[in-house]
Design a protein around this ligand. Structure first.
Ligand code: ADP
Ligand code: ADP
Length: 221
């Protein structure tokens, strides 16, 4: 679904990512690890078309990124759910409104029952009307997960989803992502939370990819 071939990217100056090959297939569960600053967030951005690589080819659902117009890219990105590191909520909108935003952006109303079901799934049914600044770290991450999946994406990309939450909440988030994967959604999680990876391996056949010396190594599955 998402394929990077011989992709290199940096922001000017020293190199960052070099000759990366990556394929996220339907139903895959990948972890992306590597030291802070190795380029994990950058690699995720390349995977959802937020960044165009300096070199190499990115293919999203069979279409070369380089050939996608702005509008076509916007459509394609609805097939990819993204959980941003900082969640990126609009603080003046309620949790439910924030979760519904991707839907509203397509000009349609999200069916009320679907929204309720989704909030219940992430355990936030009681917080639908809360404003984001009043939520705890774990609640924000679960709301970000709900927003990422409201369009029923084929793949979910998560950037350090457990960065600001306690181990119990990390486990809960992981369980939701595993459940999503069992229903057929591909998942890639950028993290340096090693206990999280160990725990995931008891639940799902996960592949661990590591950025080492600007390249991508497979640490097995
Ligand atoms: P990671 O997610 O592994 O911590 P990032 O992809 O966030 O790594 O960042 C990799 C490197 O690229 C870091 O040194 C970071 O400072 C730099 N970087 C990230 N985004 C930008 C940007 N927009 N402009 C310039 N440098 C950037
Ligand atoms: P955690 O320990 O998981 O970080 P918090 O102690 O931050 O949780 O929050 C616990 C509860 O209090 C949550 O339900 C959250 O929504 C609520 N809460 C936190 N901050 C505020 C606030 N400023 N106003 C209203 N409710 C809040």
């Amino acid at each position: 679904m998402i394929r990077l071939a011989n992709v290199s990217h940096d922001y000017g100056g020293r190199g960052l990512l070099k000759n990366i090959d990556l394929h996220i297939a339907p139903g895959a569960f990948h972890f992306l690890t590597g030291p802070s600053g190795a380029g994990k967030s950058t690699l995720l951005k390349l995977c959802y078309g937020e960044l165009r690589p300096n070199d190499g080819d990115v293919e999203l659902f069979g279409q070369p990124l380089s050939a996608l117009s702005r509008d076509a890219l916007a459509d394609t990105r609805r097939r990819i759910g993204v959980i941003h590191q900082d969640c990126q909520f609009l603080d003046h909108l309620s949790l439910a409104e924030n979760v519904a935003l991707p839907f509203v952006a397509t000009g349609r109303q999200v069916p009320e029952a679907d929204l309720r079901e989704l909030l219940a799934w992430v355990g936030l049914a009681g917080q639908a009307d809360s404003l984001p600044p009043t939520l705890s770290g774990g609640e924000r991450q679960r709301a970000a997960l709900a927003r990422a999946v409201i369009m029923s994406p084929e793949v979910v990309l998560a950037d350090e989803p457990t960065g600001n939450v306690d181990p119990e909440m990390s486990q809960r988030l992981l369980s939701l992502l595993v459940e999503l994967n069992r229903m057929g959604t591909a998942v890639m999680i950028a993290t340096h939370d090693l206990p999280l990876i160990r725990s995931a391996k008891t639940m799902v056949s996960a592949r661990v990819l590591r950025i080492v010396d600007q390249g991508l190594q497979s640490a097995g599955s």
